[in-house]
Design a protein around this ligand. Structure first.
Ligand code: MD6
Ligand code: FE
Length: 216
């Protein structure tokens, strides 16, 4: 192995602590990717990606859908979880077993046992799409962690503090990386910088993110 390859191989399986209860598990989802990608087609055939409107009246640049018993939505009336997709009038597609297995394994690796998500938000970023700083606070139980899986193009994630104006650290999230956070970090502000167009070999000019939660 060349030294650069060796470095990448180590990098694939490293983990990085971003906070007292926040870990980035580098490459943790790589062994699951072949099974995950076809699931995206299955989910979006039932509940297509759509650009939702925030309570403030802005159309999000990120396109969203969900799978699992509950799905996160936003419109002019606010943010909430629903069991029915408001666009189709039907339940969200069920969560593929491999999704729940990956989320549970990643949570365990990061020190959160018994994570059983009931919601998986699926985000699609085209070049230029971004997510402004926000807190995740529509879930019932803040003791449960969040597991976030990145696929496709690399994004720059911003990780802040408990106040909107706290300084942020930037971290690159690559194809296959899984971020797990919870505990004292659960309500920290975070966001995603505008996505740069460096096409990915499997997914092309997009980034897909799965965010697993126990919402209900
Ligand atoms: C994203 N993620 O990575 C957006 N929220 O595309 C999130 O907003 C997020 O990655 C809470 C926990 C982890 C996350
Ligand atoms: Fe978030």
């Amino acid at each position: 192995m060349q030294s650069l390859e060796l470095f990448e191989a180590i990098e694939q399986n490293s983990c990085q602590r971003l906070g007292p209860a926040t870990m980035v598990l580098r490459g943790f989802a790589v062994p699951y990717v072949r099974e995950l990608i076809p699931c995206i087609q299955v989910i979006t055939a039932i509940s297509p990606f759509r650009q939702m409107v925030t309570p403030g009246g802005f159309t999000m640049s990120v396109a969203l859908t969900n799978c699992g018993a509950l799905g996160w939505t936003t419109d002019r009336r606010g943010y909430r979880y629903t069991s029915i997709d408001p666009d189709t009038g039907k339940p969200w597609p069920s969560m593929p077993k491999v999704f729940a297995q990956l989320a549970n394994a990643a949570a365990t690796a990061a020190g959160f046992d018994n994570f059983q998500p009931d919601a998986c938000l699926v985000n699609r970023y085209a070049p230029g799409a971004r997510l402004s700083l926000h807190q995740d606070k529509n879930e019932r139980d803040y003791d449960e962690p969040i597991v976030s899986v990145s696929l496709g193009m690399t994004a720059t994630f911003m990780f802040g503090g408990h106040e909107r104006n706290d300084p942020t650290v930037k971290v690159q999230l690559n194809h296959g990386d899984v971020m797990v956070w919870g505990g004292v970090d659960r309500l920290r502000y975070h966001g995603v910088m505008p996505l740069k167009d460096n096409p990915h070999s499997l997914l092309g000019s997009q980034r897909i993110n799965f965010t697993f939660r126990k919402a209900g």
